[in-house]
Write a protein of this length. Structure first.
Ligand SMILES: NC(=O)c1ccc[n+]([C@@H]2O[C@H](COP(=O)([O-])OP(=O)(O)OC[C@H]3O[C@@H](n4cnc5c(N)ncnc54)[C@H](O)[C@@H]3O)[C@@H](O)[C@H]2O)c1
Length: 251
């Protein structure tokens, strides 16, 4: 399905990004993994993708660093799909929220997506590629969740960035959509579930489908957004949250 396509996945050493890279590679895409962690630290994650794309590339890129993003994109002969997925969460109650915590979330989760997507879109337009930009938002980009103001605001920004880019890039045939995962028992939420008892207690009450999601379920939605099946879809936020964002009486 994706033979001959090249895809960048940011945050590809992490749980969701790695699942995305694996599923895109399984369908034939050539994968360019980006992450801030050193190659040695990402060795296992690279290996899992290499099982499907022997030529997988790994580049250490900090998505906050615009010059590094531009240089890494300039190195690519071709670019068809971008999964702008790198992100962080660090809980701090609103009254204790530091300016540093606030700024870090905006810099990585939101400005990082701007840097990567604008640089990629410029290349796609220059190359005449009708590409796909797929951002990782979150269900909490639309619903407030306790103690993560900076994170929820950054994801709300991602949702509007998706719609804004979709509007302006449609004329170039570039489609822009997002996945909005709910609570996944891996990656950022997996760590919170293990380390923050108050988070685990809240999670136990808020998932109508009762179980957290998996990285594979989120990656399958990303694959759908990269596929020919979604050629008429742009500006959408595809939510996979087990019903979390439905109104609840007891949460
Ligand atoms: N896990 C969940 O339940 C969940 C739910 C909703 C949304 N998300 C979103 O999914 C995305 C992936 O998160 P995850 O859960 O797989 O966490 P993760 O920590 O496993 O992966 C995130 C990756 O991003 C990388 N990263 C961090 N800062 C970076 C930077 N400045 N430049 C480049 N890479 C950087 C990290 O090194 C890490 O490998 C994030 O955008 C997150 O907000 C996750």
């Amino acid at each position: 399905m994706l033979q001959g396509k090249t895809a960048i996945v940011t945050g590809a050493a992490g749980d969701l990004g790695n699942a995305m890279a694996r599923q895109l590679a399984e369908k034939g895409a050539h994968i360019v993994m980006w992450d801030i962690v050193a190659r040695a630290e990402a060795a296992e994650a690279i290996q899992r993708v290499a099982a499907h794309d022997a030529a997988v590339e790994y580049t250490e890129v900090d998505v906050r660093d615009r010059a590094a993003v531009d240089a890494a994109i300039a190195d690519l002969p071709q670019l068809d799909i971008v999964c702008s997925n790198a992100g962080i969460v660090e809980a701090q109650p609103f009254l204790a929220l530091s300016q540093e915590n606030w700024q870090n979330h905006l810099d990585i989760n939101l400005t990082g997506c701007f840097n990567v997507c604008q640089a990629a879109a410029r290349k796609m337009v220059a190359d005449g590629t009708a590409g796909r930009l797929i951002l990782t938002s979150s269900w909490v980009g639309a619903i407030p969740w306790p103690e993560i103001s900076a994170y929820t605001v950054s994801k709300a920004g991602v949702n509007m960035l998706v719609k804004q880019m979709a509007r302006e890039l449609a004329a170039h045939g570039i489609l822009v959509n997002a996945v909005a995962p709910g609570i996944v028992n891996a990656g950022l939420a997996g760590r919170q579930l293990r380390e923050e008892p108050q988070y685990a207690a809240r999670v136990a009450k808020v998932i109508p489908l009762l179980e957290p999601g998996s990285p594979e379920e989120i990656a399958a939605a990303v694959l759908y957004l990269a596929s020919p099946q979604t050629a008429y879809m742009t500006g959408s936020i595809l939510t996979l949250d087990g019903g979390c964002s439905l109104f609840q009486f007891d949460a």
